[in-house]
Design a protein around this ligand. Structure first.
Ligand SMILES: Cc1cc2nc3c(=O)[nH]c(=O)nc-3n(C[C@H](O)[C@H](O)[C@H](O)COP(=O)(O)OP(=O)(O)OC[C@H]3O[C@@H](n4cnc5c(N)ncnc54)[C@H](O)[C@@H]3O)c2cc1C
Length: 461
């Protein structure tokens, strides 16, 4: 950590908002005007919209993350977690990857911690559930699913086989619908390499408490999305929730009980609970309460944006809805980060702050190779697309939206290669415990059993 006479702009979180805000600040800043410090427990930003495609193996995991030190060469990047903020002394406490926590003074603060999976106290969920918020989870899910096929192919126990081939996904929003769409596509495609597993042996189940899936693309396309998934043999249960999943025995409120080897939990997100220790004003659902200028209410040196902030939706409010808030998505996070960056510079120089206002441009979702839905807002006109064309829109949009040209080129290269080479279907489950085999080889051998003299043997028996 550098100690300088310059004011420090501390960016807490190096995700979408943190990365783009820091870039903007560095771009607009005069030489030596301030030190920009970004703190994140990961050394990379994750492009979350690509996690479902990563889980399906269409994109290499390394290509959906952006190394912070490489894209922010003029910033100080610290790998650790901010645990508390003392506003009176203007210091943050940082818990680094290793070693003691330390205090980091700041003059200006950006809060960009994002969200975490929203869970409920459902018996078995913590032990069985796989989330879909980070690249580690996407890699883990892919390995896990392919390992289930390996298990099913090699067992003679019908119960074990049936459980391994049952996959339950809870949550039918963007993350859930895209993940089941991609993973089902990959798993059924992989079945052709297995002697004892057929495409139709697999059971995929999608559960949502709401009465529709994909609310982000509107009711018509959401219905099409559901019907499309059902036409592929995915069972969709709406208006119901999961009561328990102890040891993989899934029980739904609607009475369905099934043993599943895989349980993916994508039932929404909530603001990062670490915010509760920052002493900032929070809204009813735990978001940082932020003005339309992205300034944290009651402060003039703290800004917040993205999934951890409740930002008024000025377009909605001007249209007559006084309770309109920006939804937690990448579209807003990216645009808010740019306004936030400009406002930090203005705040530092004593200039007025800009308002954040952005009209929703629509949404695109991929549901497996060559399948998707897209809704594009062109002023008052809405264009609704589905199927292959929507899937091209999805790829074109996200392929260009992933940060840095380096990542854009790598992602398009992955997609291009996949057109000519077959999909990779190897499970690298051992990647999660890479030292296990070496440990077994290196651990001291047990003492050899000493042969007992004949007489003693007779006594013992
Ligand atoms: C599977 C999936 C698919 C999605 N698809 C789409 C899509 O198609 N379109 C769309 O618009 N949006 C999509 N989203 C949503 C979008 O990715 C988020 O809205 C966006 O990432 C929010 O940006 P953020 O900066 O607020 O949070 P994040 O990008 O999550 O960044 C938060 C950062 O804070 C860091 N952090 C956490 N705790 C601490 C701490 N104590 N100290 C320091 N740092 C900390 C984290 O490590 C992380 O890097 C998707 C999300 C998921 C999970």
């Amino acid at each position: 950590m550098s100690t300088t006479e310059r004011p420090r702009i501390l960016v807490v979180g190096g995700g979408y908002v943190g990365l783009y805000a820091a870039r903007r600040i560095l771009k607009k800043m005069r030489y030596g005007e301030a030190t920009v410090t970004v703190v994140d427990p990961r050394s990379y930003m994750t492009y979350q919209p690509f996690l479902p495609e990563t889980a399906a193996g269409n994109i290499s995991p390394r290509h959906v993350v952006v190394p912070l030190r490489r894209v922010l060469p003029k910033a100080e990047v610290l790998t650790g977690r901010v645990t508390t903020i003392d506003q009176d002394r203007k210091v943050a406490t940082v818990a680094p990857l290793v070693g003691e926590s330390y205090e980091l003074p700041f003059d200006y603060l950006v809060i960009a911690l994002g969200a975490v999976s929203r869970t409920f106290p459902i018996p078995g969920l913590a032990e069985q559930g796989i989330g879909m918020k980070g690249v580690e989870e996407a890699i883990g899910l892919r390995n896990h699913v392919l390992e289930q096929l390996d298990k099913a192919d090699s067992t003679t126990d019908e119960e074990v086989r049936r459980k391994a081939l049952t996959f339950v996904f809870v949550g039918g929003g963007f993350a859930g619908a895209e993940t089941i769409g991609e993973v089902e596509d990959m798993a059924r495609d992989a079945a052709k390499y297995y002697t004892n597993v057929k495409r139709e042996d697999m059971r995929f189940i999608l559960v949502d408490a709401a009465d529709k899936i994909l609310p982000e693309v509107g009711p018509k396309l959401g219905t099409w999305g559901r019907e499309h998934l059902e036409s592929r043999g995915i069972e969709v249960f709406l208006g119901t929730s999961m009561d328990s999943c102890v040891d993989g025995h899934v029980v739904l409120k609607n009475g369905l009980e099934v043993d599943a080897g895989t349980l993916v939990w994508t039932a929404g997100v909530k603001p990062n609970p670490a915010l509760a220790r920052f002493g900032l004003p929070l809204g009813p659902r735990g978001h940082v309460d932020t003005s339309e200028k992205l300034q944290v209410q009651g402060t003039d040196y703290i800004w917040a944006a993205g999934d951890n902030a409740q930002v008024p939706d000025m377009v909605g409010r001007r249209a007559g809805n006084p309770n309109a808030w920006c939804p937690p998505n990448a579209q807003h996070a990216l645009r808010q980060a740019k306004v936030l960056g400009d406002n930090v510079i203005s705040g530092m120089r004593g200039f007025p702050q800009k308002e954040y206002s952005h009209a929703n441009k629509g949404a695109v979702a991929g549901l497996g190779l060559h399948k998707g839905v897209a809704m594009i807002n062109l002023g008052k006109m809405k264009i609704k697309l589905r199927g292959r064309l929507a899937w091209y829109m999805h790829r074109a949009y996200h392929g260009m939206a992933v940060p840095t040209w380096n990542r854009k080129i790598r992602v398009f290269a992955d997609w291009t290669l996949a057109m000519f080479l077959k999909r990779e279907v190897v499970s690298l489950g051992a990647i999660e415990s890479p030292r296990e085999e070496f440990y077994e080889a290196a651990k001291p051998a047990p003492a050899p059993a000493v042969a007992k003299p004949e007489g003693e043997k007779a006594k013992a028996s």
